[in-house]
Ligand binder design. Structure first.
Ligand code: FES
Ligand code: FES
Length: 157
């Protein structure tokens, strides 16, 4: 079994670790870094639940190895709210529009929308809706999620 030393920043904190070459970033974040807000559903890039930001980009962490994150800045849903508990605008929009039920899909959706709005805070509604198309939610029927996304894109809820 080969192991590797990695060094990365997770939610603003530097972290060093020794990981197996085959360890996925999702398992590393959940098991080693304690970021259990990274949810693992399909484990093959389909459901979107495991989405995190790597250097600002939304990434499916089940499709990335921990060693590939060496030197990167990783943000999980735990790193979004302010220290005083103020929610990130994406979290607040989902809350306001009742865009979650069981919450399993929610961290992934939050991270995709946070990445998109950070890159372009006037993202066109169709671009935001397109970004959501890679996320599976088994509870909500998507309407609350879509309202929240439209609100973030500046459209009418
Ligand atoms: S668990 Fe990664 S996309 Fe489903
Ligand atoms: S809120 Fe349950 S899967 Fe989306």
């Amino acid at each position: 079994m080969s192991t590797h030393q990695i060094q990365l920043t997770i939610n603003g904190r530097p972290q060093h670790a020794t990981v197996e070459g085959r360890l996925t970033l999702s398992d590393f974040l959940r098991g080693d870094a304690g970021c259990t807000g990274v949810h693992v559903g399909c484990e093959h890039g389909v459901c979107g639940a495991c989405t995190v930001m790597v250097d600002g980009n939304a990434v499916r962490s089940c499709l990335m190895l921990a060693v590939q994150a060496d030197g990167c800045t990783v943000t999980t849903v735990e790193g979004l709210a302010a220290e005083d508990g103020t929610l990130h605008p994406v979290q607040q929009a989902l809350r306001d529009e009742h865009g979650l039920q069981c919450g399993f899909c929610t961290p992934g959706i939050v991270m995709t929308l946070a990445s998109l709005t950070a890159a372009d805070n006037k993202a066109a509604p169709d671009k935001v809706m397109n970004a959501l198309s890679g996320h599976i939610c088994r509870c909500t029927g998507y309407q609350g999620i879509r309202r929240a996304a439209r609100k973030l894109a500046g459209g009418a809820a």
